[in-house]
Design a protein around this ligand. Structure first.
Ligand code: SF4
Length: 361
């Protein structure tokens, strides 16, 4: 199999099927296998907003598997803290997809948890992702407020329970994400590069790229994907650790890349807004905040227009589990910062509640 294959266009289902045919993956499949497909349904938002996996990609995978003779692949996911996976399955089109093909969809927030050890960490993992013969990871290539980007390696964070997600944020995201990838090793990665948001994990600034990528090495795919949205692999901690832990190899000048239907590449690209997030992040004092919390604050700061208000802020807004039990004078966001003079409650709080508090102050 070529290290990375990319196909361009808007016929998403057909593109996925064609990539799978070209990939040679059929040689590694057996009809009796239990196949689990893991999309990114981090929030209940349709794929056009740049956060979640297009259901047409998963449908392309399902059709390919069925044509091969695997009648009942399973779709499994656990959305982020603060989102109900069932809502995401419904809103993102997966409930309807499962009904059409008579498939099982599993909300892994309700799953049995299996503890595994790796690189000095004990990590809880949802059993569904361990009890499979062939795991297909289907992430979205997009930006992330805290880890800069998210793609193959970080998508596996959806394979752990909510309690473990809080734990990861508490101990720093990068090492546990890399360690998780030494335990859970998807057999195939199919990346949704149709319109990922280059800034926010929860979408809202989709950038049309109309591409789907396929490969088997998540380090290679992520380090290449990073370059596609304006970064380098060494800027992203979990990619560095995953390389160090032997999960895969970094993309380089000698990486073999096959591209198909290049005439379908989009001509106009939306401008990357990561500079905006960098500026807003200067107003935040983050101490191990969960992504949903942090993104809500970024959104709220953006919405509040604080950047352009001309006001000077002498104090940053505190957020994150590191502030639990601490007293301070300024503003805190989330239940972890209840010791602040002003606090926006919630776990995570809504961006709107934060905006209201900022207006009041
Ligand atoms: S308040 Fe925010 S940072 Fe604290 S545990 Fe909840 S979501 Fe995480």
């Amino acid at each position: 199999m070529t290290a990375i294959s990319i196909i361009y266009g808007t016929e998403i289902l057909g593109m996925t099927y064609e990539l799978l045919q070209r990939s040679g993956v059929a040689e590694r499949l057996r009809r009796a296998m239990r196949v689990v497909v893991k999309p990114n349904l981090v929030v209940a938002k349709p794929a056009r907003e740049g956060a979640t996996t297009h259901p047409e990609i998963v449908e392309g995978i399902i059709r390919f598997l069925k044509d091969f003779g695997i009648a009942k692949p399973v779709i499994a996911e656990g959305s982020w803290l603060g989102e109900q996976t069932g809502r995401a399955f419904s809103c993102c089109g997966y409930e309807a997809l499962a009904k059409r093909y008579g498939l099982q969809i599993i909300d892994t927030k309700k799953d049995k948890i299996v503890k595994k050890n790796a690189y000095g960490l004990t990590l809880g993992i949802c059993a569904t992702f361990l009890e499979t013969d062939f795991l297909i990871n289907v992430p979205v290539l997009k930006g992330h407020c805290q880890t800069v980007m998210t793609c193959c390696l970080k998508n596996l964070k959806g394979c752990i329970p909510d309690s473990e997600k809080r734990h990861y944020h508490n101990i720093g995201l990068h090492k546990p994400i890399a360690a998780l990838n030494t335990i859970l090793k998807p057999d195939l990665h199919i990346i949704d590069g149709i319109c990922g948001d280059p800034v926010f994990e929860e979408g809202g600034n989709p950038v049309t790229a109309n591409r789907i990528l396929i490969g088997t090495d998540p380090v290679l795919l992520d380090s290449y994907g990073a370059t596609l949205i304006g970064y380098q692999a060494d800027e992203i901690g979990y990619i560095r650790y995953a390389k160090e832990y032997g999960v895969g190899n970094l993309f380089g000048a000698d990486t073999k890349i096959d591209e198909f239907q290049t005439e379908n590449r989009p001509k106009n690209r939306t401008q990357n807004q990561s500079q905006l997030v960098c500026e807003l992040a200067q107003l935040i004092d983050d101490n191990n905040a969960c992504s949903a919390c942090y993104a809500a604050l970024i959104f709220a700061l953006n919405k509040s227009g604080i950047r352009n208000s001309g006001k000077k802020f002498t104090e940053t807004i505190k957020i994150g589990q590191g502030f639990r039990g601490k007293q301070f004078d300024g503003i805190g966001v989330g239940n972890c910062t209840q010791g602040g003079k002003h606090n926006v409650p919630g776990c995570p709080p809504s961006a709107n509640d934060i905006v209201q508090m900022l207006k009041k102050l």
